[in-house]
Write a protein that binds this ligand. Structure first.
Ligand SMILES: NC(=O)c1ccc[n+]([C@@H]2O[C@H](COP(=O)([O-])OP(=O)(O)OC[C@H]3O[C@@H](n4cnc5c(N)ncnc54)[C@H](O)[C@@H]3O)[C@@H](O)[C@H]2O)c1
Length: 310
C-alpha cells in the first residue's frame, strides 16, 4: 500500500457507505483524516454528527488520527470552514475526496424544483466549494515555492456518464462533476494538483433503496464499498502525479479508465449544411436511428453488471 504518512485528507460524506471506506483506507495508509459528514437522510434532510464521530472512533481504534466535521458541503462558506478545519487540526491539506451525496429520484415530468435544486447543490456545488477553497490553499503553497503534490478525487456515477432513467437531477450533476474534473485537472496542474473522478458501484443505503440488490455473497462481494477505496489510495500516491483528469469506473476488481465524449460520426460539407440534406445524411448514416443505449449497457461494457438482484 502507498505510504501516505505525513499527508492530510478531507473525505466528504465519510460517515457512511463509500466515503467511510475511503476514510478508513486513507487512515490505514497513514494519512490524517477529516471525516466530514452532515449526517442527514438519503434525501438530504436533517443533520447528525454521530456517523462522522463513529468513523473517527474506528480510525482511532485502528491507531490512526482523525477528526469529525459536520459542515454542509453544498454551502460555499461551510466548505471554506471545512478546509480551515483541516488546516487548523493538522496544519496542512494534501488530499480532498469529494464524495458526499443525496438522492431525490423522480421521473422528469414529475420532478419538483426543490428536488432538482437540492441534488444539484449537494453534488455539483458540493464538489465546487471544497475544491475551490482547497485549490486556493494549494496555489498559495505553490506560489511560495513549495513543490505541491496534492490530490482531488471526485465522485461521478454510471448514472451521469451512461444515463439512468429517473435520475435527471442526479445524473446531470454527476455528468457535470465529470466535466468539472477535466477542467479542474487542466487548471490546477500548474500548482501540482491532480484531479480525477470515480464512477463507483457499491452496496450502500443509496443503492439498496433504489435497486433492491439482494444479500451480499459469502465470498468476494463485488459491491463492497471498500472495493472502491484502493483506487483512491493509489491516486493519492506520489507516483500517481502524472495521472489526472481521468474517470475510473469501479465494479469489484474491474477498474476501467473511461473515455468520455470524443469525436464520433462526422458530417462534413464545405459549406453551411442545408437542413433537408442534413436530415437525409443523418438517416442514411443511422438507418436504425440514434438513441442512448442506457446505463446497464455502459456499465457492462466497463466491466460491471446490473445492480438489480438477478
Ligand atoms: N453506491 C453506489 O453504487 C454509488 C454509485 C454511483 C455513485 N455513488 C456516489 O458515491 C457517493 C457516496 O455514496 P454512498 O453510496 O456511499 O451513499 P451514502 O448515503 O451511504 O453516503 C453519502 C454520505 O454523504 C453524506 N452527505 C449528504 N449530503 C451531505 C452534505 N451536504 N454535506 C456533507 N455530507 C453529506 C450523507 O450523510 C452520507 O453519510 C455519492 O456521491 C454517490 O452519489 C454511489
Amino acid at each position: 500500500m502507498p505510504n501516505l504518512s505525513g499527508k492530510v485528507a478531507i473525505v466528504t460524506g465519510a460517515g457512511r457507505g463509500i466515503g467511510r471506506a475511503h476514510a478508513l483506507a486513507l487512515a490505514e495508509a497513514g494519512a490524517k483524516v477529516v471525516v466530514n459528514d452532515l449526517g442527514g437522510t438519503l434525501a438530504g434532510e436533517g443533520a447528525d454528527l454521530s456517523p462522522a464521530q463513529q468513523v473517527v472512533e474506528e480510525i482511532a481504534a485502528a491507531g490512526g488520527e482523525a477528526v469529525a466535521d459536520g459542515e454542509n458541503v453544498a454551502d460555499f462558506d461551510a466548505a471554506d470552514r471545512l478546509v480551515r478545519h483541516a488546516l487548523g487540526a493538522f496544519g496542512r491539506l494534501d488530499i480532498l475526496v469529494n464524495n458526499a451525496g443525496i438522492l431525490r429520484d423522480r421521473m422528469l415530468v414529475n420532478m419538483t424544483e426543490d428536488e432538482w435544486d437540492a441534488v444539484v447543490a449537494v453534488h455539483l456545488k458540493g464538489h465546487f466549494g471544497p475544491t475551490r477553497h482547497a485549490a486556493a490553499h494549494w496555489r498559495e503553497r505553490s506560489k511560495s515555492g513549495e513543490q505541491v503534490r496534492a490530490r482531488v478525487i471526485n465522485t461521478s456515477s454510471p448514472s451521469g456518464l451512461f444515463g439512468n432513467v429517473g435520475q435527471a437531477n442526479y445524473g446531470a450533476a454527476k455528468a457535470g462533476i465529470a466535466a468539472f474534473t477535466i477542467i479542474a485537472a487542466q487548471e490546477l496542474a500548474r500548482y501540482g494538483v491532480t484531479v480525477n473522478c470515480l464512477a463507483p458501484n457499491a452496496r450502500t443505503r443509496m443503492t439498496e433503496e433504489t435497486f433492491e440488490m439482494g444479500a451480499a455473497p459469502e465470498d468476494f462481494d463485488p459491491l463492497d464499498p471498500a472495493n472502491i477505496s484502493p483506487v483512491v489510495v493509489a491516486l493519492c500516491a506520489d507516483e500517481a502525479q502524472a495521472i489526472t483528469g481521468q474517470c475510473f469506473h469501479v465494479w469489484g476488481g474491474a477498474v476501467n479508465a473511461l473515455q468520455g465524449w470524443q469525436a464520433g460520426e462526422l458530417f462534413e460539407a464545405n459549406r453551411r449544411w442545408d437542413a433537408d440534406e442534413l436530415i437525409d445524411a443523418l438517416r442514411e448514416r443511422f438507418p436504425e436511428g440514434a438513441a442512448p443505449a442506457g446505463m446497464l449497457i455502459g456499465m457492462q461494457a466497463s466491466g460491471g453488471r446490473s445492480l438489480r438482484a438477478q
